[in-house]
Write a protein that binds this ligand. Structure first.
Ligand code: ZN
Length: 66
C-alpha cells in the first residue's frame, strides 16, 4: 500500500511511501509551502489517495475526508 501526499495546486508529490505519516509531519518538512509552486499548504488535506498494488491489478481508491 502506498500513501501519496500531493500539492493540491500543482500536483507535486510531497510524500510517497508505504509508511503511514500524518500530512502535518510531511508539510512541516517543507515549511508548509510547496517547493515547486510555493503555494501555502494547508495542514488539513482535502483528499488522501491510497494506492494498493498487486501483481495482477491496480486499485485506486479515493477517500473523501469531508
Ligand atoms: Zn505545488
Amino acid at each position: 500500500m502506498t500513501l501519496i501526499i500531493k500539492c493540491h495546486r500543482c500536483g507535486f508529490t510531497l510524500y510517497k511511501g508505504s509508511e503511514i505519516v500524518t500530512p502535518y509531519e510531511v508539510l512541516k518538512r517543507y515549511g508548509f509551502r510547496c517547493p515547486k509552486c510555493i503555494t501555502h499548504l494547508s495542514e488539513t488535506p482535502r483528499e488522501i489517495l491510497i494506492e494498493k498494488r498487486s501483481l495482477a491489478r491496480r486499485v485506486r481508491r479515493r477517500i473523501p475526508l469531508f
